[in-house]
Design a protein around this ligand. Sequence first.
Ligand SMILES: Cc1cc2nc3c(=O)[nH]c(=O)nc-3n(C[C@H](O)[C@H](O)[C@H](O)COP(=O)(O)OP(=O)(O)OC[C@H]3O[C@@H](n4cnc5c(N)ncnc54)[C@H](O)[C@@H]3O)c2cc1C
Length: 355
Amino acid sequence: MKDVIVIGGGPVGLVAAIHAARRGLSVTVLEPRGAPIDKACGEGIMPHGVRELDAIGVRPPGMPIHGIVYADERRSVRAPMRSGPGLGVRRTALHLALTEAARGAGVETLAAASSGVAIHEGRVEVSLGRTGELLRSRYVVAADGLHSPTRRGLGVDRPVGLRHKRFGLVTHARTSEVPTDVEVHWARDCELYVTPVSEDVVGLAVLSEARAPLSAKLPEFPSVLARVDRGSVQDRVLGAGPFRQRSARRVVGGRVLLVGDAAGYVDALTGEGLSLGFAQARLAIDSLVSGRVQGYETAWRRTVREPTALTGGVLLASRWGPVRSGIVPAAVALPTVFEAIVNRLAGAPAHPSAR
Ligand SMILES: Cc1cc2nc3c(=O)[nH]c(=O)nc-3n(C[C@H](O)[C@H](O)[C@H](O)COP(=O)(O)OP(=O)(O)OC[C@H]3O[C@@H](n4cnc5c(N)ncnc54)[C@H](O)[C@@H]3O)c2cc1C
């Protein structure tokens, strides 16, 4: 019997597995998709997320992010990152670096999906795929993403009942003007995130309530399109959503711990998902090693409290047209407030030991 089975070998699951293996636990990751895994993502890691990766010796190739720019077609404002640079990184490069580190730490990976989790006295049984073969472990870390089958299967999925469901669409383009910041361009009903991911490639991520194709949304950002090689805007578009997901709790039956998007998610608006997930992965494994599993719920709440409030606030403001169109002007008029908010998110000490 393993100490830990991690369901989901995305970035957060792999970080959890690396922490577990380095703390002397035997660990198996279940992931049906082959490496490197790509995913719809803005691909910007906040400085505190970069520190989480540093702490486990993972340095994927990417581009430093020195600030956040808010812009519309008329004006812009920049907030420098005060706590060191973030990192713009292709999801495939991040996944390869984490896969390599997990292998080096002795993590076992099985190319299989979990089809169900049963909690028993002192152990958890995980059924595999369609065969139903059983694996047993002392604990399970569920890192199976936004629509976590484990969260649903355990009955802790909570309806969000939102009228305003938001989705994300992502592609890439070549440019000779790769920015050193993440740019957030605000249009009437969507935002475009421009993230540097290599010397000549940017990620383009559009977030909106509309389920329109990316090709219908990009023309709303002529100043960005003028800076990229339009012919290189990739046909391959990845999508994800709806963003808002809730879980009743993070620790189920004292044996299953939910981390990353599986534990609940607000919105991609503030680019926090990976960084928070990495901190949660570390805190979940800390709680197992210290024998205080229930403490993970409190630790999780601490990681998300401030980002949830800030993201929720901007999201609320962005829903009402007149307020939405005032977001960039307000940030331009109050640059110190904008900078303070960005740096709360960028440097947010998800847990004191991460600093
Ligand atoms: C459009 C968009 C833009 C974003 N921009 C940013 C950004 O700029 N910065 C940032 O930090 N975050 C951003 N995010 C959020 C970020 O992508 C997520 O927070 C992050 O991917 C969460 O990682 P995870 O490992 O929890 O989940 P995932 O990356 O979704 O990984 C989950 C894994 O679980 C596997 N899985 C699913 N079901 C099973 C099963 N039954 N058995 C086994 N495995 C299973 C999947 O195959 C997958 O590999 C963005 C998200 C979107 C949609």
